[in-house]
Ligand binder design. Sequence first.
Ligand SMILES: Cc1cc2nc3c(=O)[nH]c(=O)nc-3n(C[C@H](O)[C@H](O)[C@H](O)COP(=O)(O)OP(=O)(O)OC[C@H]3O[C@@H](n4cnc5c(N)ncnc54)[C@H](O)[C@@H]3O)c2cc1C
Length: 365
Amino acid sequence: MSHVAIVGCGVVGATLAYELSQVPGLTITVLDTKPPAQGATGAALGVLMGVISHKVKGKAWQMRQSSIQRYETLIPELEALTGRKIPFNRQGILMLCLEDDLLASWSELVQIRLEQNWHLEIWDAAQIGANCPQLNLEKITAAVYSPQDRQVDPTALTLALVEAAKLNGVSFQFGVTVLGVGSKTSDGVCKQIQTTAGAIDLDWLVMAAGLGSSPLTKSFGQLVDIRPVLGQALHLRLEHPLGRPDFQPVITGNDVHIVPVGRGDYWVGATVEFPSDGYEVIQDESLLAKVREDAIAFCPALADATVVRSWSGLRPRPEGRPAPIIGNLPGYNNILLATGHYRNGVLLAPATAQAIRDAILGINT
Ligand SMILES: Cc1cc2nc3c(=O)[nH]c(=O)nc-3n(C[C@H](O)[C@H](O)[C@H](O)COP(=O)(O)OP(=O)(O)OC[C@H]3O[C@@H](n4cnc5c(N)ncnc54)[C@H](O)[C@@H]3O)c2cc1C
């Protein structure tokens, strides 16, 4: 039996735990300072922009494609195993083209996706009006509809993953912080880690610690620089759903998402706020007000909505390198990084788990 310890129980760590729990011969422990889904995951909107993203080749597209495919089986699998309902919107994503958006690049993407066996549609004003009468057609020139993209409730998903992983024998230790390396061999194998609950022996360590990966990797003598990008969002409530009650896709325009979460409730967000000094972000309320204004500009009925709550979270963004970071921690043969997912951690969690599973099994992809 190989012992795999996973640091972090956000959506990435929880997906890893569940997917690895199906690999024979592994015992798995997940460690987190906090309860599940309290980091970036608890703030996320869960929009899964796979087919509609502009990534068309290489790893960036492969990861999106395999994640979108895995979600179709993962959600029913988890619901059957746990008896939990995971809110999963199968009505797609509608991306609005505002005045200066280039339709030509969208037409090109539609063609590429067709060749890749995926489906995108370009809608004119008449189609937008018929399908989404809540939208203000003065502001919108066209739209791209992606019926195969999805949205999932990130917290409900993470809690279901934890429960399913537990049923498969994974052990979870919440309230435990990983502090650093306990012992390491001369050929770069970490045999033991130190935690606030004592030492733990292991064969593999997977760091899925989001923003906590920076201090953690530093304590292992190999700093991986991951910095926060703040996002604020709103929960709005209307008496009735917007537009057609039977057609409630995620609507996105000008980088603002309107996410239907049931019976006239919508999440709206999110701001993208960078740190001024590298690490500290000062929340700017006016940017959240601007997100709300943008949403109202293309969907005027939202002006009548009441604000149920607002929240914020910190996205883990790798400094000076692309997101996410998946692979070996330099200097160690048995420590894997699954971190720095920035704006797409919910989307990319399944593909991340597949990559880590392959690394542990020694499969080259
Ligand atoms: C407002 C907002 C909206 C977003 N919307 C989307 C979206 O629509 N779609 C999408 O795909 N993504 C979205 N994201 C991004 C997404 O939230 C992140 O990419 C994702 O949650 C990262 O998951 P994670 O598991 O890596 O990190 P986290 O959820 O941050 O989890 C890391 C965990 O590690 C634990 N930890 C850290 N250090 C230690 C240690 N030393 N010992 C023990 N435990 C430790 C922490 O306590 C934490 O629980 C959004 C983010 C924000 C803020």
